[in-house]
Structure formats: structure tokens, C-alpha cells
Design a protein around this ligand. Structure first.
Ligand code: SAH
Ligand code: SF4
Ligand code: F3S
Length: 432
């Protein structure tokens, strides 16, 4: 029996693509191999920042030995889409390089690869990539694609080049997959797209889709990522206000708090408009929870611009934040036209200052949970303590807790005992 393993970099989209690829391989009779040297090794790559690409290169370097011993090694994902020639030049041992553009043909391409052919493919086929299933890697949470690609072209971002123009999955297919996931026992589903708010099908828009999904019996929680502040409309707030199974969490990337920088980033909203949307959410959605992404050190970012970002962060008090220093990307407008002119040291200092402020805000907010009993969906073992488990509550907070049995996949009542900036800690209520 032939074995395979997929190593995945990047976002949930990539994670889910790997699950779909694994499904196709299983259908062809291959079996997943957790360790050892597999017969087929696929790296699903991420191009969003230089660091991710460097990690890919390091990993590929290590696969040379495997290829010499007969393992078929290939790259898929975002780097494969935009750096085909470069990858093949640096790593001649690669048997295939396939970008998301060619995923609709992946089933056939994998047959050719398994017959020993060298395959390089990244042509945009424009169709929706449907696989009939996914070999889900996460217990409890099922990822479900609703749209692909991005038409926004923010100036720092490579994603529109790696993922192509927006394509939307038809509503009946989405509903079907959600039903199947619920039947299989998944308590939570996450609807995935680079810009979920752009989703449309016939006369339906994203909030109509959410309305259909929330009525599917047996579903505990529905989340969706990522929202775009420009497209996040009052209809979205209204549907979120309906409550469970729709969770009150929204990931709304701010990127920068200065209008000058937001313009240079071509984000399509001002700081004031962003704040209005936040207010609308806070006002209407019970237990609302807002996460964000921020980039520091974008070209021409002055100290004053950065102060404005800190101001917005203080004002909003985000529930979680991913923050990065700017990494110039090939193909992107800023990568081609703007100098990377904020010194590394300044970027580092700004990032640290931002993260310190955010940690204080989160700690303060998380403390309000101490003493409360909250519902938590157990999703895995705790990252810090292998004896303990972790899960998330309705607001998407990480909760670590101890439990006598394996509770993964269950919703539990957890009494919160301690709060840190990045997680809560508690105990199962009324455990025998
Ligand atoms: N579609 C989502 C997420 C895209 S990528 C959105 O529109 O927000 C995830 C995050 O990576 C972005 O939100 C951004 O904060 C960060 N990112 C993207 N390009 C980057 C770059 N060139 N340098 C640093 N961070 C970047
Ligand atoms: Fe990138 Fe902007 Fe599209 Fe998000 S909306 S994927 S940041 S171009
Ligand atoms: Fe990375 Fe591609 Fe996702 S660049 S963040 S894997 S869309």
C-alpha cells in the first residue's frame, strides 16, 4: 500500500485544501502516514509573508534525501502558484508543482503524478473545485469552503495573485456539506473564504446563506472567516444578533489605524468607518467578540501613523489580534512600487509595543470571565499541558481545562478559575 503525508503552511484555507487533497488520495487507495518516510510527500505552501516562504525552502531542502530514496515530493498551494520556475530551479528533485488555479483538475493530475509523470500546473481554470469530501483533520470543528479568491488587491497582499479572482460555491452544495458534517457529529462549522462577505449565488447574499445554515438542526456553532470591514453590512449585524448557532465572533482585520496608511494600503475604508462598524456590532450583538489583524511598518508609516493605530486598538479593545511586521511581497502593488522604508528595528519596536498593549487589553477583558461558568467546545489537547485539554467558547476564547475522560468533540460547562492574556483556565463543572 502506498503512503502519503501532507505538510501544511498558512491559513485555514490551506488547511482545508490539504484535507480535500487527502480525501482524493484516499479515494485512490493511498493511506496517510503519520511518521516515517512516505511514498508521496506534499507540501502545501503559503506566500503571505517572506517568513513562510523561507520555512518552505528549509523543509524542501530536507526532502532531497527522501526524493533520492524514491519518495515523490511536490509542492501545492500559494507559492506553487506564483513561483513555479523558481521552485523547480532551486529544487530539481520536485516531481510536481501545482497552484490553486489548477485544483479543479487535481484529481486527474494526481493520477498522472502517481504514474510517474512530472507535472507543473497553475493555469486558472476559474471553476469551483469540488471534491466530494474531505479527510478532516480537526476533531469537533469542520471547515467548509464557501468562496475562493480575492478581488480586493490591497497593496501589500499577494493573495489575489495566489488565489485568483473570486469564485463562489453554490448554496445547495454548501448546505449539503454542512448537513453531512452535522450528521457525522461535528458540533461546529467554520465557513471559509478570503472575503466571506463577498459570497453570492443567484439572488442570495452571505447573510441569506447564514440564515439557511443556522436553521440546520443539530448544529451547535457556526463561525465564518474572514470578514472585510468594507463589506461588513448592517444585514450581517442583524443576522449575528439572531444568536446561536451563529456565534457573536467576527474577524475584522483593521490592518492600520491611520487613514493615510489605510489609503496607501487601498483598504477601501477609513478609521472612522471601521469604528462605526465596531459600534454597530457592539450595540446589537450580545456577547460580541471582535478579532483583528494589524500590519506595522508599512511603507511610509510614521510614528504618528503608528500612534493612531494604537489609539484605535485602545478604543476598540479587540478580543484577539494577529499582528505582523510588513513583508514586501512580489507581484503586490506595494512590493513593486513602494520602498520598504521603515527600518527593521523600528518595525520590531512598534510590533512589540502593539503586542504589549493588546496583551494588557486582553488580560483585562479575560479577567471578567473568572468565576463564571461558560460553555466550551473541546477541540484538542492543551498546547501547554499534555494532561489537559483545550477548547473555545462562543466568543472564540481559548479555554484550557483538566478533565478525567477524553472530552474532545463535546460541549462542556467549564468554571473559569484563572485568566491570562491569551487564554482562560478552568475546571469541568460538576465532574463526578
Ligand atoms: N483575507 C483576509 C486575510 C488575508 S492574509 C483579509 O482581507 O484580511 C492574513 C493577514 O496577513 C492579513 O490580514 C494581513 O494582516 C497579513 N498580511 C498580508 N500581507 C502581508 C504582508 N505583505 N506583510 C505582512 N503581513 C501581511
Ligand atoms: Fe489580501 Fe486584501 Fe484580499 Fe485580504 S482583502 S486577501 S488582505 S488583498
Ligand atoms: Fe498563505 Fe495562501 Fe492562506 S498565501 S495565508 S496560504 S491564502
Amino acid at each position: 500500500m502506498r503512503t502519503f503525508r501532507i505538510h501544511t503552511f498558512g491559513c485555514q484555507m490551506n488547511e482545508h485544501d490539504s484535507e480535500k487533497i487527502a480525501y482524493l488520495l484516499m479515494e485512490k487507495g493511498l493511506v496517510p502516514a503519520e511518521d516515517g518516510i512516505p511514498d508521496l510527500f506534499i507540501v502545501n505552501s503559503c506566500a503571505v509573508r517572506d517568513k513562510a516562504v523561507q520555512k518552505l525552502y528549509t523543509l524542501l531542502g530536507r526532502t532531497k534525501k527522501w526524493a533520492a530514496k524514491g519518495t515523490v515530493v511536490g509542492v501545492v498551494g500559494c507559492v506553487a502558484q506564483v513561483e513555479r520556475e523558481k521552485l523547480l530551479r532551486h529544487f530539481p528533485h520536485l516531481s510536481f508543482v501545482i497552484g490553486p488555479g489548477s485544483y479543479p483538475s487535481l484529481d486527474e493530475l494526481l493520477d498522472r503524478i502517481l504514474e510517474g509523470e512530472k507535472v507543473v500546473a497553475a493555469r486558472w481554470e476559474g471553476k469551483w473545485w469540488e471534491t466530494g469530501g474531505a479527510l478532516r483533520q480537526r476533531p469537533a470543528v469542520a471547515y467548509i469552503n464557501i468562496m475562493e479568491g480575492c478581488d480586493k488587491f490591497c497593496t501589500y497582499c499577494i493573495v489575489p495573485f495566489t488565489r485568483g479572482r473570486e469564485r463562489y460555491r453554490p448554496l445547495p452544495w454548501i448546505i449539503d456539506e454542512v448537513r453531512r458534517a452535522v450528521d457525522q457529529g461535528y458540533m461546529e462549522i467554520q465557513l471559509l473564504g478570503q472575503n466571506v462577505d463577498s459570497w453570492r449565488w443567484e439572488k442570495y447574499r452571505f447573510w441569506h446563506l447564514l440564515d439557511r445554515v443556522r436553521k440546520i438542526p443539530g448544529l451547535k456553532w457556526v463561525r465564518f472567516i474572514t470578514s472585510h470591514p468594507k463589506d461588513f453590512v448592517p444585514e450581517m449585524v442583524s443576522i449575528m444578533a439572531e444568536g446561536e448557532p451563529i456565534t457573536p465572533y467576527v474577524h475584522l482585520p483593521l490592518q492600520a489605524g491611520s487613514n493615510r496608511i489605510l489609503n496607501l494600503m487601498r483598504r477601501g475604508y477609513s478609521k472612522e468607518e471601521f469604528l462605526e462598524k465596531v459600534e454597530m456590532i457592539r450595540e446589537k450583538v450580545k456577547l460580541s467578540s471582535i478579532g483583528t489583524d494589524i500590519i506595522v511598518g508599512f511603507p511610509y508609516e510614521e510614528e504618528e501613523d503608528f500612534r493612531q493605530t494604537l489609539e484605535v486598538v485602545k478604543r476598540v479593545e479587540f478580543d484577539n489580534m494577529y499582528s505582523f511586521h510588513y513583508s514586501p511581497r512580489p507581484l503586490s502593488y506595494a512590493g513593486r512600487n513602494f520602498p520598504d522604508n521603515v527600518p527593521k528595528e523600528v518595525k520590531r519596536r512598534r510590533l512589540m509595543e502593539l503586542q504589549k498593549l493588546q496583551a494588557e487589553i486582553q488580560l483585562e477583558n479575560n479577567r471578567r470571565f473568572v468565576g463564571k461558568v461558560i460553555e466550551v467546545l473541546a477541540t484538542g489537547r492543551s498546547a501547554k499541558d499534555p494532561e489537559a485539554y483545550m477548547g473555545r467558547d462562543i466568543t472564540y476564547r481559548v479555554v484550557n481545562f483538566s478533565c478525567k475522560r477524553n472530552p474532545i468533540g463535546e460541549v462542556l460547562q467549564i468554571e473559569i478559575k484563572e485568566a491570562g492574556p491569551h487564554s482562560l483556565k478552568g475546571e469541568v463543572k460538576n465532574e463526578d
